[in-house]
Write a protein that binds this ligand. Sequence first.
Ligand code: IPE
Ligand code: IPE
Ligand code: MG
Length: 255
Amino acid sequence: MINLLRSLWKSDQPRKTVSLQHDNIPEHVAIIMDGNGRWANRRGLPRIIGHQNGMKAVKRATIAADEIGVKYLTMYAFSTENWKRPKDEVDFLMRLPQEFLAIELDELVEKNVQVRMMGHTDQLPSYTIAAMEEAAERTKDNTGLVLNFALNYGSRREIADSVKSLCNEIQAGQLSLDDITEDHITSHLLSAGIPDPDLLIRTGGELRLSNFMLWQLAYSELVFSDIYWPEFGREHLLEAVAEFQQRTRRYGGLT
Ligand code: IPE
Ligand code: IPE
Ligand code: MG
């Protein structure tokens, strides 16, 4: 067992201890970072200030995940459905990766973090793609935590695209219909090469997946929290992992 202090990032809170089993750390944690707008509204601030503060929570979650030995951290930053929002908000969100990486990339490089992007690049502005590509390039040889941003990501489109590329392979005579397995679908997803999430965390109080990793979450443990994403800190991640460690994963079998 390792003992980890929580509440270090908020000095006004009493320090409590979360005990984690070091041999049962989820390899892949995925987070639906929700509640930025409501966090801002509650303070009488514009929604974009919520997104701005959400960036700081991304940093806290990354540091905490790295510290406890998580190997992959996937952050849902923008969905294929988020284009329905007002243009000003969308424009702000599209600038955030650039802003986040301008501030944090040097430290991520230093911390041996590998930055990746998982999403449909076709609709994204060139400056958003350029920022993500630069981060991916500068960190490609890093061997520590993989920080995977889901940006313009939609699971149904991802699955449809996977099926389409398999159909192309069949048409080209490279694959036979009868040979298609679940692994073929998996290996054509945007998440190819990354194991399925062991733990999914959603902040913001909603109990739904909002088109996030529908295929990959088949047997993930789900932890929902009412706190708004900008409030998310180290102790919330540790609590979610502690909750994960209480669960018995059966995958349909018996224990
Ligand atoms: C999550 O916070 C961030 C994105 C979806 C981009 P929201 O912006 O959805 O915040 P709420 O849910 O409206 O509070
Ligand atoms: C999910 O949050 C998408 C991201 C966190 C990027 P939404 O706020 O878009 O989800 P809904 O609309 O409440 O389902
Ligand atoms: Mg929301």
